[in-house]
Every structure is written in C-alpha cells, then in structure tokens.
Write a protein that binds this ligand. Structure first.
Ligand code: ARG
Length: 466
C-alpha cells in the first residue's frame, strides 16, 4: 500500500485495509473514553514488557531507555492534562503507544513485539481491579473500625430486637452494630479471595496462542506484582470471570449495605425515632420545612440496584463466548468501573456517617418495653421452676393476652396478677422481666449480653488489625 493510502487507515492495523473505517464505526468501536482510566496500569505493563524484551535480547538497551523515558513523558502529559486522547486511536493502549512513537520514534514501534492488545487489556484490567479492591477493603475496614467504637460505646443501650418487624426480644444496640460488623467481615474476605484468584499475569498470552519470541513470563509477572503467569494463553486473554466475581462480591456488599440503610431509614423516622443521623448526611425539603431526609442511606439502598444490574450485565456478556478474545469483552469495562465507583462512594459515605449515629436511648428503651419483649424470659423462668417449656409457653401467652386487655407490660404487673397464671411465680420474677435482666441473661458467645458484646468488640479489634 502506498504512503498516501495507508494514511487513510488506522496506523496500528491499517495494512490490509483499503478504505477508512466509517466515522460512526470508529466512534462505535472505540473505548478510549472509558478505558483511559487504566493508563497507569497500561504504562506499568508496558514498562515490564519492555524490560523483559530487553533482557531476552529482543530490544536493544538504547531502545529500552528510549521507551522507558518516553513512557515517563506520556505519564507526565496525561497527569497534567496535556495528553490528546483520540477516538481515532480507539483505546488507551493505542493512544499511549502512538504517542510514545511520536516522542521516541522507531523504538516506540518495537514495544508491541510479542504482545497483543488482548493480553495487554487482560493485564491492565487485573492490575486496575487489584488496586481498587485494595482501596475497597481498606474502606470496609475503616467502616468496621467505626462500628466497633460505636458498638462498645452503646453496648449497654437497649432497643427492641425484631423478627417479622414485630418486637421480639430486647437486644443491645452494640450487638446490633456487631451484626453489621460480621456481614462486612465476610464481604472483605470475599474481596480478598477475588483479588487472590485474579492475581495472575495474562501478559505473554499475546493474541491467544502465545508468541514465538523466547519471552520470560515469570519476569513480567513478578515485576507487576502478580503471583504467577497464567497457565493457559487462551483462557488468559478471554475470561472475565474475575470481573464477574468482583461484581458478585460487590452486589452482596451492597445488599448488606441496603439492609443497614433500611434500618437507618426506619430508625430515623418519627415513628421509630431511635437515632439521629448527622445533619451533614441528610437533606431538607424545598416545601416542607420540618423535614430532615435520610438521603444518603436511601441512595445507598437504591444503588444496590445498579450494582446488581452490572453483575447480570457481565454474566450475560460472558455467557456462550467461544474461546478466545472477542470484542464483546470490551463491554466489561463500564459496568466494572461503575461498580468500583459505586461501591467506593457508598463505603466512603458509610465510613463517616455510620459511626456518627446518635442513639436516642430513652426512645429505644421505651419501644423495647412495648410488645411484651420479655415474654420469652418469663417462659424460661417458669422452665427453671420446673414447668415444661410448652406449658410455660401457654401460660405466658395467657399473661400476654391479659396484658393486652389491661394495657400492661409483663414487668408492670403486680406479683399477684402474674400468679393468677402460675403459682410458681415469685418475687424474683422481676429480675428477668426487666430489659436489663433479659439482655444480661443471654450471656454466651454470640449472645446479646453487654458483657458478651464488649468481648466480641475486643476480639474483633484484634482480627481487624491483622
Ligand atoms: N479495547 C479493547 C478491549 O477493551 C482492547 C483489545 C482489543 N483487541 C482487539 N483485537 N480488537 O477489549
């Protein structure tokens, strides 16, 4: 093809083409608008690849120096807003390579020896995700650390525990916060697992089959902080299971955060009135002057939908794809990046907001006293006095019915009133009918006794540090 003809087509692959890409197709197939955020990882991969090529004698020392200096200049230009990203150059990889060649000449054209954009992009996404997972885990731990402080400070605070959203038994607010803590511990470990499984290097898989150069994949893997080179070139360039796994961990995390959000929304309503959220995390209404809306937890609850959507998107993207790389995979980035941004944003908000929750102790206490929350304690008391549990259940049920009629909680009844239901009841019954007695009695590992909550906090502090 003549000089003139080749200038009409793409310089990276235009050799066999005789007409220019349709302008719409060029725009349609480009990914640079969203994949440029992986520029740092792309540069890191190129540096590792260039060093390796030089070590095996495929690149001269001079070429290596030129390439490394050129990549530094490219980085400087990008970070200072001086880089001219071009849709005509399709993606982050070709934008950087083409600018490198402008800067350093022929050495730049040699960088792509023994490499393809297929292994390049598979490498870049893994590096990018690995960095972001580390940040996400750090944010989860920050939130957890705040939860531990809150749980400890509020270990003696009593609120109603619910089943079916009906008052069930009194629990410690600290215990409730430790339940959130546990969910987040599993979330963090899911991200850790995902990161560990993902941390293998696709570089060297080239387009799909590997390359005829005597490349040193161990070297590039090590240089980029991967645990090992990927075992199979076809698999390495094609699978995006790690992205699916990440989105799955993210969807579960957001599901947990939506549950926490829902509780904060309920608790801050006038009907519950259990907590005060910091003003800086709420907004007002333009028409109703009295309103203080829990916008942040509501938004986090809502954002769960988009993260779930991204998971389905990636599963569907991967489904039925034949080996090896297919252009479909370019569609992995936007859902993945948006998941990262969404999760990071939600965690950032929670890490600051949740530990600042203020408990309205009197309201929680009053609510826990309603709804016969110590009924199980009365039944357990009767069992200790020799009554069979099923009989005890029946007796307490009758006492509750009487309480409903007379508008009295169990703890508000006179001894004589309680004795109408069972004569074994004596004065010591009032020790178990108080809320404090009820929670203190659940004094075993994982129970809601404030003593156990403080022990759980202590143990958790140690695991969080390691
Ligand atoms: N922009 C592409 C992607 O995100 C890079 C790999 C393209 N490879 C190819 N042979 N077209 O997947």
């Amino acid at each position: 093809m003549s000089e003139q003809d080749s200038s009409k087509t793409n310089s990276a692959w235009g050799g066999r083409f005789s007409e220019q890409t349709d302008a719409f197709v060029e725009q349609f197939t480009a990914s640079v608008e969203f994949d440029q955020r992986m520029y740092k990882q792309d540069l890191a991969g190129s540096r590792a690849h260039a060093r390796m090529l030089s070590k095996i004698g495929v690149l001269s020392k001079d070429d290596l120096t030129a390439i490394l200096d050129g990549l530094d200049s490219v980085e400087h230009e990008i970070e200072n807003g001086m880089f001219d990203w071009s849709v005509a150059k399709e993606d982050v990889h070709m934008n950087i390579e083409s600018r490198l060649t402008e800067l350093v000449g022929d050495a730049g054209k040699r960088l792509h020896t023994g490499r393809s954009r297929n292994d390049q992009v598979a490498t870049d996404i893994r590096l990018y995700l690995r960095d972001n997972i580390a940040d996400i885990i750090a944010l989860i731990k920050q939130l957890q650390s705040g939860l531990l402080d809150l749980a400890e400070a509020e270990s003696d605070t009593i609120l109603p525990g619910f089943t079916h959203l009906q008052v069930a038994q009194p629990v410690s607010f600290g215990h409730h916060m430790m339940a959130w803590f546990e969910m987040l511990s599993r979330d963090a470990s899911r991200f850790e697992d995902c990161s560990a499984r993902m941390n293998i290097s696709p570089l060297g898989a080239a387009a799909l089959a590997g390359t005829s150069y005597p490349i040193d994949r161990e070297m590039t893997a090590k240089e980029m902080g991967f645990d090992a080179p990927a075992n199979n070139s076809l698999d390495a360039v094609s699978d995006r299971d790690f992205a699916i796994e990440f989105c799955s961990a993210a969807a579960i995390l957001l599901t947990h955060m939506s549950r926490m959000s829902e509780e904060m929304v309920l608790w801050s309503s006038a009907q519950f009135d259990f907590i005060e959220l910091p003003d800086r995390y709420c907004t007002g209404s333009s028409i109703m002057p009295q309103k203080k809306n829990p916008d942040v937890p509501e938004l986090v609850r809502g954002k769960t939908g988009r993260v779930n959507g991204h998971l389905i998107c990636l599963l569907t993207l991967m489904k039925s794809q034949p080996l090896a790389y297919n252009k479909d995979n370019q569609e992995d980035k936007e859902p993945l990046f948006d998941t990262i941004d969404t999760v990071t944003g939600c965690l950032r908000a929670f890490a600051d907001m949740v530990p600042a929750i203020q408990c309205k102790h009197a309201n929680m206490y009053r609510a826990a006293k309603q709804g016969f929350s110590t009924a199980t304690d009365l039944a357990d008391y009767l069992v200790r006095k020799g009554v069979a549990f099923r009989d005890a259940h029946e007796i307490v049920g009758k006492a509750v019915a009487y309480g409903l009629e007379t508008d009295k909680d169990l703890g508000d009844m006179e001894l004589a009133e309680l004795q109408q239901f069972c004569e074994v009841i004596s004065k010591d019954v009032f020790d178990v009918l108080t809320l404090e007695g009820s929670v203190a009695a659940r004094n075993h590992i994982g129970g809601t006794a404030p003593k156990q909550v403080r022990a759980a906090v202590k143990k958790a502090r140690k695991t969080l540090k390691t």
